[in-house]
Design a protein around this ligand. Structure first.
Ligand code: SF4
Length: 233
């Protein structure tokens, strides 16, 4: 069984497959509590229904799209993620897994065509009053897991809210031996933090020049432009 918050067809809004028609499968439940989480219904107040792998596969294939994006929440917490990915791969689906890369199933990384890794910077940590500050801070950085997941074709996406976020991301990438203007730098995406088009455009101005300087990609959140900050899109 997998707890699912929502399942819907849409266009991928972020990263190297932006614009690709895809079925989104959003698992519920997360081991982190980002202060700006844009899907609090999968983390702060998780909701969803338990679905069997068979039901999910049928519904995904019924949409007749080649791409499926398994996202969350944290999809690598889902008990049946390996079984689901194995069947989808046998069915010829292109699988993207979107993960914060802080947990890994005991069997190792599930089958996927693209691991979209989104490590969380210090600014994601919530305040002490939430009761989650220490747990989040202790869990949010797992370089060993990032490196394991990088064995699959991947992209690394950082949510950037300030110049100090950018400094932290560059330093973290250095520890992962990903250097500015290197070949691997082309798979690094810097994404402005925000859920309105005006805020994203404002932030994109300075981020764009940082991307040019460092050889990273600017990651627009196209789905906000296309659909607004709306569930099921
Ligand atoms: S890792 Fe993702 S789902 Fe979990 S709290 Fe952070 S933004 Fe929300």
């Amino acid at each position: 069984m997998v707890q699912i918050a929502e399942l819907y067809p849409s266009l991928q809004g972020e990263g190297r497959l932006a614009g690709t028609p895809s079925v989104f499968v959003r698992t519920s439940g997360c081991n982190l509590r980002c202060t700006w989480c844009d899907t609090p219904f999968t983390s702060w107040e998780p909701t969803g229904t338990n679905r069997t792998v068979g039901e999910l596969v049928d519904e995904i294939l019924n949409h007749k799209l080649k791409h499926v994006v398994i996202t969350g929440g944290e999809p690598l917490l889902a008990a049946d993620i390996h079984v689901l990915c194995d069947i989808l791969q046998q069915e010829g689906q292109h699988i993207t897994i979107e993960t914060a890369a802080t947990v890994i199933p005991t069997e190792g990384p599930p089958a996927a065509n693209l691991m979209s890794l989104s490590p969380k910077l210090r600014s994601s940590t919530p305040s002490a009053e939430t009761g989650w500050e220490q747990r989040h801070e202790k869990r949010r950085r797992r370089d060993d897991i990032i490196q394991l997941l990088r064995a699959t074709p991947n992209q690394i996406k950082f949510v950037i809210d300030s110049p100090s976020d950018l400094d932290e991301a560059v330093s973290w990438l250095h520890d992962l031996e990903i250097h500015p203007q290197s070949k691997q730098a082309r798979h690094v995406y810097l994404m402005p933090q925000g859920v309105t088009q005006s805020r994203l455009l404002e932030e994109a101005i300075w981020l764009e020049s940082a991307c040019k300087k460092l050889g990273f990609q600017l990651c627009q959140r196209h789905h906000i432009t296309w659909f607004g900050n709306t569930r099921g899109t």
